[in-house]
Design a protein around this ligand. Structure first.
Ligand SMILES: [Mg+2]
Length: 274
């Protein structure tokens, strides 16, 4: 295993731990999703994105748009790991007057580029932002993290059409395919497969990986970074609760119930080698 992969695995472990710490503060949170997407965020922030931790609004930064506002707990953990947020601030998660509300809002949090949560809008915003950057001659890239549930939204596919039409090679969409959404398993709510074929037919460069395999993520991100003729999408198959075995199989995983004593058990489970 390369040093690069080992370093990012450690980063992902800290992101998971920070998310559990925040979940414990409120006794709840979208912790299953945070554990599932931690590897993707570790590679994005620890290896791919260009940014300045002490200047989150630096004009030359790559933009990372969290379309899924309810994943804010995961992004706060990644921003703390990246040095944009102070780790100590995570203790304020979801509290009155905190900069870290339970759903992501750009007006509150350094490094939070958009207010997500009305689902299906991240890719449209990314498209406009990427056009604007291109007009300005900027080489900054725009990443947006979507859920598989957001592929049920017509607005996502409209944006996919527009993004390809304008040849926005500065856009990378990342789809967290955890096979679940608020109303049940994605395959049962609305069938969206075959995803690779669909995105390719919309004119996108599409790659699919195990989103909990850092080595695969690094290779895929590298590949897509070289390709700037069309927008790129990285489809990441992830497991809800990944890294904490007793949460990976928990029912009602979309807004997973966690007992007060289980947060510490979960942290301990993270330290056990897989
Ligand atoms: Mg989902």
């Amino acid at each position: 295993m390369s040093e690069r992969v080992r370093r990012l695995q450690e980063s992902a472990r800290r992101i998971r731990r920070y998310a559990l710490d925040m979940g414990e503060v409120q006794g709840q949170g979208y912790i299953g999703q945070a554990l599932g997407v931690a590897d993707v965020l570790a590679v994005a922030y620890g290896d791919q994105l260009r940014f300045r931790p002490d200047d989150p609004e630096w004009d030359g930064r790559d933009r990372f748009l969290l379309s899924i506002g309810h994943y804010a707990i995961a992004l706060y953990a990644a921003l703390a790991e990246a040095g944009v947020l102070d780790v100590a601030e995570l203790r304020t998660y979801g509290c009155d007057d905190s900069r870290l509300p339970m759903s992501g809002m750009a007006s509150y949090t350094p490094g939070m580029e958009i207010s997500g949560g009305s689902l299906g809008h991240g890719l449209g915003v990314a498209t406009g932002m990427a056009l604007g950057l291109r007009y300005r001659g900027s080489d900054a890239r725009v990443f947006t993290l979507l859920s598989d549930g957001e592929l049920d939204e017509g607005s996502t596919w409209e944006a996919a059409l527009a993004c390809a039409h304008h040849g926005l090679g500065n856009v990378t969409a990342i789809v967290d395919v955890n096979a679940l959404q608020a109303d049940g398993p994605t395959a049962g709510v609305l069938r969206t497969e075959p995803l690779l074929d669909k995105w390719k037919s919309f004119g996108w460069r599409a790659v699919r990986v195990d989103g909990n395999d850092i080595g695969q993520l690094v290779t895929a991100f590298d590949l897509l970074a070289e390709h700037r003729a069309a927008p790129s999408v990285l489809i990441c198959d992830t497991k809800i609760g990944h890294g904490v075995p007793f949460l990976e199989t928990r029912p009602k995983a979309h807004f997973m119930p966690v007992e007060p004593h289980e947060w510490q058990l979960a942290r301990e489970a993270l330290e056990v080698p897989a």
